[in-house]
Design a protein around this ligand. Structure first.
Ligand SMILES: Nc1ncnc2c1ncn2[C@@H]1O[C@H](COP(=O)(O)OP(=O)(O)OP(=O)(O)O)[C@@H](O)[C@H]1O
Ligand SMILES: [Mg+2]
Length: 304
């Protein structure tokens, strides 16, 4: 199987987002431009790290965020594993298609929850160098219905077991959640170091954040004290007074998180059909460069 190497980007400096440590509210609207907020208290991560990309609101940009962060980090030389924790039919596993080895069991995340295999046995290569996937399909729903013993901790313990058995072959794991705060999403949050929240720029998106915030706090208290909200991505971002207001509110509510506007880009919608990361399909897209910049801030690159 030949795997495609994900490209480094050459983005003209004028197309990159400015990085600031505080919003300047005095800038008049006309000359205001999107900026990445990196608070002074933010500490970039060290590998190996597990990120959960979560928001119970549908269409918030979770799967796109997982694919583009994975592609950016793979291009920077990291070994990345993505986990599809969504039982929808057309989700991550239909975008970065798993390449099952001949004769091997096509294990999925469901098999891990039901203790049928290890996380590594459920991990399969994709067509992209540096990105492997733990796939899922409709049968992941069985976890919610049957609630196998220890489900909430199933992913955390699968990762811990991997670490005990000589360490994970992956520098980074990214978990793509379903638009729900069900058992599988809680298990994903219980296994992660950092939460990454993609958010549309809309009033209802903002309301959804309140219950997500409560869930993250409960998971922190009961299951996973290390979980922190590392970054908020404002997906399909357009310049508007409301976008600015929302970003201001987010920086007050989450003073330690990086806040990233990902500019709206029509090419983002096309890439899943091509079964390629947007980074490969349309490397010139502003969304790609915004994700690339954010990936470098959250986990600075290293030589491949
Ligand atoms: N920067 C962007 N510009 C334009 N469109 C975007 C951008 N990011 C995401 N989208 C589009 O928004 C839609 C929702 O994105 P995505 O599937 O990533 O969200 P999701 O949160 O994973 O959805 P679900 O809740 O169904 O899992 C898709 O059609 C996607 O192509
Ligand atoms: Mg999705």
């Amino acid at each position: 199987m030949s795997r495609t190497v994900l490209p480094a980007l050459t983005v003209p400096p004028g197309d990159r987002l400015e990085v600031v440590s505080a919003w300047n509210d005095d800038t008049p609207y006309q000359s205001w431009r999107p900026q990445i907020l990196v608070p002074a208290t933010f500490r970039p991560g060290t590998t190996s790290r597990v990120f959960v990309v979560v928001n119970q609101k549908g269409g918030a940009g979770k799967t796109t965020t997982v694919v583009e962060l994975a592609a950016a980090w793979a291009a920077a030389g990291y070994r990345v594993r993505v986990i599809d924790a969504d039982d929808q039919e057309a989700a991550l596993s239909q975008w970065l298609i798993p390449q099952y080895a001949e004769g091997a069991a096509p294990h999925s995340l469901r098999s891990v929850f039901f203790s049928e295999c290890s996380l590594l046995e459920a991990t399969h290569p994709t067509l992209f160098e540096g990105i492997d996937i733990v796939p899922s399909g409709l049968d992941l729903k069985r976890v919610e219905y049957e609630r196998p013993i220890g489900s909430e901790q199933a992913l955390a313990s699968a990762l811990a077991r991997e670490a005990e058995q000589g360490g994970s072959p992956y520098d980074i794991t990214l978990i793509d959640c379903a638009p729900s705060l069900g058992l599988v999403s809680v298990a994903a949050m219980s296994a992660a170091d950092d939460a990454v929240v993609p958010l549309g720029v809309g009033g209802l998106d903002m309301k959804a954040l309140a219950s997500l915030d409560r869930t993250i706090r409960v998971v922190q208290e009961r299951n996973n004290p290390k979980l922190t909200l590392a970054a908020v991505f404002l997906t399909a971002w357009d310049k508007s007074g409301f976008a600015r207001q929302l970003a201001g509110k987010l920086s007050e509510d989450y003073p330690d998180a990086v806040i990233v506007p990902v500019r709206r880009s029509i090419r983002a919608a096309e890439a899943p059909v091509a079964e390629q990361p947007v980074r490969l399909w349309a490397p010139e897209s502003t969304a790609v460069s915004d994700y690339d910049q954010a990936a470098g801030i959250i986990l600075p690159g290293r030589a491949a």
